[in-house]
Design a protein around this ligand. Structure first.
Ligand code: ME8
Length: 510
């Protein structure tokens, strides 16, 4: 096993407040970061905000504030997601920070020195009120696709990146690293895009001032995507380098939405290869959410606010739903009905019940004291084997970034635990004093099954998992438990006295 794991989210534009799409990427990355910590790896998890460029500039102008003022206000909404959603990022990067200026300019200088960046001219259709360039293809009946006003052909000096020289190196990189782009279907898209030929990329603007100046030519600001992508190395200490950079770079995986895969899988590795920095090891593109069957948009008024979700359903339920409802990598639909249904049936009924019925019986038959495993029989050996299978299945799924598959494996164990209770019928055993030892073995087995379910669920439902962990008399923070030891059957302490119930996943009225 690799000793380290570096995972990132995209950095979010501060032109608007966070919505479900942002929360989704961050939650998925968090579950992965938490899981890898529980594997005993040294993890670095980075998120942050993308504060430069036209989008943010425009939004600031509309609101009558400076871009920096807008960024300073909106960034708090993104930073607030960390406590609200129980995110465990190790750092939060803002592209307006000094450390980032140094990083972007250094990377730029390296490619300039290599001859991969040259001064040319950018030509396009310019819309003056929108301060934007458009290509022929983007125009709407010859007009600006945003404000519908006429555009004019304009030319401005621009630095270009020799992306055309990187077609072969990129294709080689994809070939040598088959897992670089995931899921597989996305990989094929990117490979055929690159195989189709690459044009050089305009990397600077003189028509915009809100950005990082080109080193040595401050009339230009650097293209926002070049600036934004570089955050991933700034966050671990580029350009100074040092222990953090050496430990964590190249990143293991950048989690991104499917719409921004090309930037990450084509431009970013090319920029790095040119500057002599190792490209990341992986990029994973997830799908998009619609809301109640419709595209999410401000004009439809159906934007899902993560803060509202947490206030209504709690962080665990929201996290669980997003990661369970659709396979990670495909599109999905968000609906309150589906969310409530999953909370009630999978969290409250299946999982909450497994724990509470076992704690209840332990209280009733053993005054809450965990009995010894005494004499495990065939059914107990089967439960233990099932738990071991599930631990392996979860690991395989998490390594493949198949979060939904990890969750469904955990729920198989939850269901197997409930079935075991039904078939061993402790309430019947309790009637016969001669079967007390057997009753003890059964209760130990079901509580131990619950303990392993709790352990495995901790990356997904961290708050409830901690409560359940404590209810089971386990010490310390579940997030600090290491799977290879804590996942071994028999971790539940015999003789410990447990509570008779735990508040875990409250049911929601439909
Ligand atoms: O793209 N469902 O920032 P951003 C799922 N700053 N994901 C969604 C979504 C939806 N309905 N809507 C948006 C940027 N997203 C750049 C990134 S990284 C170096 C720079 C996702 O704030 C989208 O796919 O516009 C993207 O991954 C993320 O939100 C950030 O979007």
């Amino acid at each position: 096993m690799k000793e380290t794991f570096y995972i990132t989210t995209p950095i979010y534009y501060v032109n608007d407040v966070p919505h479900i799409g942002h929360a989704y990427t961050t939650i998925a990355a968090d579950a992965l970061a938490r899981y890898h910590r529980m594997k005993g790896q040294k993890v670095f998890f980075l998120t942050g905000t993308d504060e430069h460029g036209e989008k943010v500039h425009k939004s600031a102008v509309q609101q009558g504030v400076s871009p920096k003022e807008l960024a300073d206000r909106v960034v708090t909404r993104f930073q607030g997601l960390t406590p609200a959603l129980h995110i465990t990022n190790d750092d939060f990067i803002r592209t307006s920070e000094q450390r980032h200026y140094a990083s972007v300019q250094d990377l730029f200088r390296k490619s300039l020195a290599k001859g991969d960046i040259y001064l040319g001219a950018y030509e396009g259709w310019y819309c003056t009120p929108c301060e934007s360039y458009w290509t022929d293809l983007q125009l709407a009946d010859g007009n600006c696709p945003e404000c519908r006003r006429p555009v004019e052909k304009r030319k401005e000096p621009s630095y270009f990146f020799r992306l055309s020289s990187y077609q072969r190196p990129l294709l080689d990189y994809y070939e040598r690293n088959p897992a670089f782009i995931r899921p597989e279907s996305r990989r094929n898209e990117v490979v055929s895009f690159v195989a189709g030929g690459l044009n050089d990329l305009s990397l600077s603007r003189t028509s915009l001032t809100w950005g990082i100046p080109v080193p040595g030519d401050p009339a230009h600001v650097i293209y926002v995507w070049y600036d934004a992508l570089t955050n991933y190395i700034t966050g671990v200490g580029y350009p100074a380098g040092g222990e953090r950079f050496d430990t964590f770079w190249p990143a293991d995986v950048h989690i991104v939405g499917k719409d921004i895969l090309r930037f990450h899988a084509v431009f970013w590795p090319a920029f790095l290869l040119s500057a002599g920095v190792a490209p990341p090891l992986g990029v994973f593109a997830h799908g998009w959410w619609t809301v109640e069957g419709q595209k999410m948009s401000k004009s439809l008024g159906n934007v899902v606010d993560p803060y509202e979700m947490v206030a209504t359903y709690g962080p665990d339920a929201f996290r669980y739903f997003l990661l369970r409802e659709v396979p990670f990598g495909t599109d999905g639909d968000f609906s309150r009905k589906a969310l409530v249904h999953r909370i009630n049936s999978e969290l409250a009924n299946d999982f909450g019940n497994l724990l509470n019925r076992s704690l209840g019986m332990l209280g009733k038959y053993f005054s809450g004291t965990v009995p010894p495993q005494a004499r495990p029989g065939e059914e107990e050996r089967a439960m233990k084997a099932k738990a071991e299978d599930v631990l392996r299945a979860v690991d395989g799924a998490m390594e493949e970034l198949e979060l939904h598959r990890a969750l469904s494996a955990i729920w198989e164990l939850v269901k197997a635990g409930n079935k075991y209770v039904d078939s061993t019928a402790p309430w019947t055993l309790a009637k016969d004093p001669a079967r007390r030892e057997r009753l003890g073995t059964v209760l130990y087995t079901v509580l131990e099954t619950a303990r392993i379910c709790v352990l495995l669920s901790a990356p997904f439902v961290p708050v409830a998992a901690q409560n359940m962990w404590e209810a089971l008399g386990c010490e310390g923070a579940v997030e600090k438990a290491v799977l290879s030891t804590a996942g071994r059957w028999g971790g539940l302490s015999e003789g410990a006295t447990l509570a008779r119930s735990a508040v875990v996943f409250p049911r929601i009225e439909e």
